[in-house]
Design a protein around this ligand. Structure first.
Ligand SMILES: *[C@@H]1O[C@H](CO)[C@@H](O)[C@H](O)[C@H]1NC(C)=O
Ligand SMILES: *[C@@H]1O[C@H](CO)[C@@H](O)[C@H](O)[C@H]1NC(C)=O
Ligand SMILES: *[C@@H]1O[C@H](CO)[C@@H](O)[C@H](O)[C@H]1NC(C)=O
Length: 149
């Protein structure tokens, strides 16, 4: 009897020791607050805050304020203020669907954990003209590169 229970225990411990995969199935997300998006004929201007709980791969929690830019900047731009406990960067971008009624809000989060630099990217589709929205952006790409520094 006793040895049977021990065997089950041992198997369970082995199963728990297998690390979780670093894939989008982790359902790691950030929360966008108070999105403002105003479009002129040629350009859309966005502004929001984004916060996160601690996540997989030692991702720290953070609060990023003043994440603003346009749909024509063509690159990720850093948020104005970032509250975070370890070295990191939160940048954002927006892409308009061609001729569409929606755009994609992108967030990229870079941070260093141990000797690894993580770059996590996600996006969410939002209707044009949507304001004051709160929504989640799920990480869709997670890159991990050794950091020799
Ligand atoms: C969202 O906007 C409201 C009203 O301006 C403000 O009170 C609130 O603090 C904002 N939330 C975040 C997370 O920025
Ligand atoms: C973002 O958060 C800051 C600090 O709480 C607040 O002052 C600002 O109004 C917020 N911006 C938006 C777009 O909600
Ligand atoms: C945008 O997000 C979707 C859903 O998470 C993902 O499938 C897609 O690859 C992302 N697009 C880019 C350009 O990263």
């Amino acid at each position: 009897m006793f040895s049977k229970v021990s065997a089950i225990f041992a198997l369970t411990s082995v199963a728990l020791a297998i690390p979780a995969p670093s894939t989008p199935t982790d359902k790691y997300f950030w929360t966008v607050h108070n999105l403002s998006n105003k479009c002129t004929a040629a350009t859309c201007y966005y502004d929001f805050n984004v916060t996160a709980e601690a996540g997989p791969n030692s991702a720290p929690s953070f609060s990023a304020y003043g994440c603003e830019g346009t749909n024509v900047q063509g690159e990720f731009k850093p948020c104005t203020t970032l509250g975070i406990d370890i070295p990191g960067e939160v940048t954002t971008n927006e892409e308009s669907a061609i001729g569409g009624t929606a755009f994609n809000v992108f967030v990229q989060f870079k941070y260093k954990a141990g000797n690894t630099q993580y770059i996590v990217t996600g996006n969410e589709t939002v209707p044009k003209g949507a304001d004051a929205r709160e929504f989640k952006i799920y990480a869709s790409q997670i890159a991990a590169v050794p950091d020799k520094a």
